[in-house]
Structures are given as structure tokens and as C-alpha cells.
Design a protein around this ligand. Structure first.
Ligand code: ZN
Length: 196
């Protein structure tokens, strides 16, 4: 189990590898995509400052930004408090409709099974991803691609690899910092990455 948990950490420390290039979609991000991803990166930086795994998310409606948030699992003690979940809820509340088919979700890291599933259930129109997650990603960069899964009622359009280096850099910086040896009084643990 411990080895499995370390997979994504090693990935982020090693670099984007195939995720940033070989699996990048041919679609070119728009200026709006870049703008919203930069907002998501800013949110990820806030998460970093709050000692959360630095993943940020934004929802854009086509007219305006509806929600910006970041991972808050640690501070809330809530395993569902991923940035994507928080912006999905906030956006639905903002427009008064759980159907987000006119919305675009921007996230600095490829959604996990929970968040990708929530995107499907929310009928989100489009998902724009920074860096892929080969261990837990569920939009084509990891073990599953919910945007292609037969039988699902909805399949969002997915664009990967937008500002991926910057999204990766934040994660790498966070986990490198976490790998610093701790004082003996704290056990000197180096088994980081339990939360991703
Ligand atoms: Zn998630």
C-alpha cells in the first residue's frame, strides 16, 4: 500500500514525462483558457501556503468566473474537499442549477475518480487540465478516462496540458519541501504523499 501511495509523488518529483507532451490534446488553449488556468494556479499557491496539497480549480460560465477554490482536505478534515468538488458546489449554488453543462472546469491537476465522477454528474461541459495524474487521473492521463466511458450519460470535452509545467512545479515544490527531514521529536518521517 505504501508503494502505491508513493507513485504519484515520484511522478511529480521526476517531472511531467509523457503527460506534458505525448498525451496533450491537439486543441490549442484559448486566451480565456490561459487566463482561467492562471487563476487556478494562483489558487494552488494559496493551498501551498495553507499546507494543503497544492491543487487549484476554477469554473467559468462563458461569461464570468463563477468559482475559485483549492484543495482543503487537511484544514477541513474532509476527504471530499478537493478543489474541483468545492468549485462545482459553489458554481451550482451561484447559478441555481446543478446542471453545469454551460460551464468549463479548470484544474491544475487531472481530476481523481471522485472529482471526475462529480464532473460527469454535474454535466460539466468542458474540463481543462494542467498536469496529468498517472496514478489517479480519470480523464485520460491515468488509469481511466471518464470522458470516453461507454454507458455514461455525459462526456465532457477534455483539454489537457495547459500550463502543465507551472502546475507541476507547484506540486513538485510542495512535495520536495515535505521530504525535508523532520526533527527527531516529530519522528523524522519522510513517507510523504499520503494525502494525494
Ligand atoms: Zn479529486
Amino acid at each position: 500500500m505504501k508503494e502505491l501511495q508513493k507513485i504519484p509523488i515520484d511522478f511529480y518529483l521526476r517531472g511531467p514525462g509523457k503527460m506534458s507532451a505525448e498525451t496533450m490534446d491537439t486543441e490549442t488553449p484559448s486566451d480565456g483558457d490561459i487566463f482561467c488556468m492562471e487563476l487556478a494556479i494562483d489558487a494552488a499557491e494559496l493551498a501551498f501556503q495553507e499546507d494543503e496539497v497544492p491543487v487549484g480549480a476554477v469554473i467559468f460560465s462563458g461569461e464570468k468566473v463563477l468559482a475559485i477554490d483549492h484543495n482543503r482536505v487537511r484544514s477541513r478534515g474532509d476527504p471530499t474537499a478537493h478543489g474541483e468538488m468545492l468549485v462545482l458546489r459553489a458554481a451550482a449554488a451561484a447559478i441555481g442549477d446543478w446542471r453545469l453543462s454551460q460551464c468549463v472546469l479548470y484544474t491544475t491537476k487531472e481530476p481523481c475518480p471522485m472529482c471526475a465522477g462529480a464532473c460527469i454528474m454535474a454535466r460539466i461541459g468542458r474540463v481543462v487540465i494542467g498536469v496529468g495524474d498517472p496514478a489517479m487521473g480519470c480523464f485520460g492521463g491515468g488509469p481511466h478516462d471518464f470522458s470516453q466511458t461507454k454507458g455514461f450519460h455525459h462526456h465532457p470535452i477534455v483539454l489537457r496540458g495547459v500550463l502543465s509545467q507551472r502546475c507541476l512545479e507547484i506540486l513538485r515544490r510542495f512535495f520536495v519541501a515535505k521530504r525535508q527531514p523532520r526533527p527527531p521529536c516529530e519522528g523524522g518521517r519522510t513517507d510523504i504523499g499520503q494525502e494525494i
